[in-house]
Ligand binder design. Structure first.
Ligand code: ZN
Length: 368
C-alpha cells in the first residue's frame, strides 16, 4: 500500500544522529517559567538550513530540501511540511534577534512529528476505537444543512468499514443514534489490545470559518497537573499530524491546524488519542460538502490513510531510514530453543580486544 502521508515522508527526510531529543540535551533559557531553545540549536540538531523569506516577512523558515519548517506569521504558528500546528507557547526573540522555541513544543510536538520512531513509549497499534461525537438527544451542532451527530456517525461507519478491509480491529463507541456518556465512551476501550482513540466531530462558529482542526490534550508542562492522556503527549502529536495531514491533502479540506485543548474525554484516555473536527456546520459551502456521501467517503479514506501512516511509524519494527549507520544487523538464525548449557564459571577478566579499533571520525584526523 502506498503511504504518501507526511509521517511516512518524514521518516526519510530527517537525518540526525541517533540521539533522543529529551529535555536534558537542550540548552534552555527561561522566559518566565517557560524553557526556550534557540532555533539555531534546533536547526543544528536536525541538520536543517535557514531558508530565506521575503523581506519584512514575519516568517522564519528552516529546511533540508525535502523538509520545511516555517515559524509564523502568528507567534504560535508553525507549519511542518505545509501542515499547520498551533504551538503551546508563542515563539520569542532574544535580544540578538534569534528566534526561541519552547522546549515543550520542541519535545512534545516538533520532535515526535519529525522523528515519530523516537517516541519513547511507542507500541504497535492493534485496535482503533472510533468515537462519533454526540448522539440521541445530544445532536451536536445543527444547521439547516447538516446535523453533527449524524455526519460523525456516517463518517465513522465508513471509516470502520475501510479499516476492517485493511485488516484493522475496530470498535465504535456508538453504532446508532443514541446518547453516550463520556464514561461509556471510555469503557469501549476496556480490554482492547494496544488501542488508539479517535473522536469525530463537526465544528461551529462564524459563517466565514471553515476547515478541519485536529485536537489533542494539552501537553504536560512544569506547573500544570498531569492528566492520564499526558503519558502519550508525543504519540498524540504524531497521531494528530498524521490525521490532519491526511485530511488536508487527500480530502482537500482547508487546514485549520493541529491544536491542543483540554477536552475532558481526551484528558481521561490512557492511549494515543485525537479529536478531529471535520469541518464547520456553520459555513454554507462546507456544510453542504459535509452532508454529501461523496465527501464523507473522501474523509473516511483520508482518515484511514492517516491512521495507517501513524500505525506504520508506531510499529517498533519501523526504523528511521536516514539514520547512520544504515545497515541493520544481519538477521539472527531462527533459534527454536537455546541449547542447555551447564553453568559457566564466572569470567574474572574480560580481555578488551576492541579497544584499539579505529575511531569513526578518523576522516577528520586524517585531514590534519
Ligand atoms: Zn461536537
Amino acid at each position: 500500500m502506498r503511504l504518501s502521508c507526511l509521517l511516512a515522508l518524514l521518516l526519510a527526510t530527517v537525518p540526525c544522529g541517533g540521539v533522543t531529543a529529551d529535555g536534558s540535551m537542550w540548552n534552555a533559557t527561561s522566559v518566565g517559567d517557560v524553557g526556550y531553545v534557540p532555533l539555531e540549536d534546533l536547526r543544528s540538531f536536525y541538520k536543517l538550513m535557514p531558508i530565506a523569506q521575503p523581506r519584512e516577512s514575519a516568517l522564519r523558515a528552516v529546511g533540508n530540501g525535502a523538509l520545511t519548517l516555517i515559524f509564523g506569521p502568528e507567534p504560535r504558528d508553525i507549519s511542518i511540511q505545509g501542515i499547520r500546528c498551533v504551538l503551546s507557547h508563542p515563539v520569542r526573540e532574544n535580544d540578538k534577534g534569534d528566534l526561541l522555541v519552547s522546549k515543550t513544543d520542541l519535545i512534545k510536538l516538533i520532535d515526535p512529528i519529525l522523528r515519530p520512531t523516537y517516541i519513547t513509549n511507542r507500541r504497535a497499534v492493534k485496535t482503533v476505537i472510533l468515537d462519533p461525537g454526540h448522539g440521541g438527544y445530544d445532536t451536536g451542532s445543527v444547521t439547516e444543512q447538516v446535523r453533527e451527530a449524524d455526519v460523525a456517525l456516517l463518517v465513522a461507519g465508513k471509516l470502520a468499514t475501510e479499516l476492517r478491509k485493511r485488516g484493522v480491529q475496530v470498535r465504535l463507541t456508538r453504532e446508532d443514534n443514541r446518547h453516550m456518556s463520556d464514561q461509556s465512551r471510555i469503557d469501549t476501550i476496556s480490554g482492547a489490545e494496544a488501542p488508539i482513540f479517535i473522536s469525530l466531530h463537526l465544528n461551529s462558529g462564524r459563517s466565514d470559518m471553515s476547515g478541519v482542526e485536529t485536537y489533542t490534550t494539552t501537553p504536560a508542562q512544569p506547573g500544570t497537573s498531569e492528566k492520564p492522556a499526558n503519558e502519550h503527549d508525543a504519540a498524540n502529536a504524531a497521531l494528530a499530524m498524521a490525521l490532519q495531514a491526511a485530511v488536508v491533502t487527500k480530502a482537500e479540506a482547508r487546514d485549520g491546524g493541529c491544536r491542543r485543548a483540554h477536552y475532558s474525554l481526551l484528558n481521561s484516555l490512557n492511549c494515543p488519542a485525537a479529536r478531529v473536527e471535520l469541518g464547520y456546520t456553520t459555513h454554507p459551502d462546507e456544510a453542504a460538502r459535509l452532508n454529501s456521501d461523496e465527501y464523507q467517503n473522501r474523509l473516511a479514506m483520508a482518515l484511514a490513510d492517516g491512521i495507517t501512516a501513524f500505525a506504520t511509524v508506531m510499529n517498533p519494527e519501523t526504523t528511521l531510514k536516514a539514520l547512520p549507520p544504515p545497515p541493520p544487523p544481519p538477521p539472527e538464525p531462527a533459534v527454536v530453543e537455546p541449547p542447555k548449557k551447564k553453568t559457566e564459571p564466572p569470567k574474572k577478566a574480560t580481555p578488551r580486544k576492541r579497544r584499539a579499533a579505529p575511531r569513526r571520525n578518523s576522516s577528520r584526523q586524517r585531514r590534519r
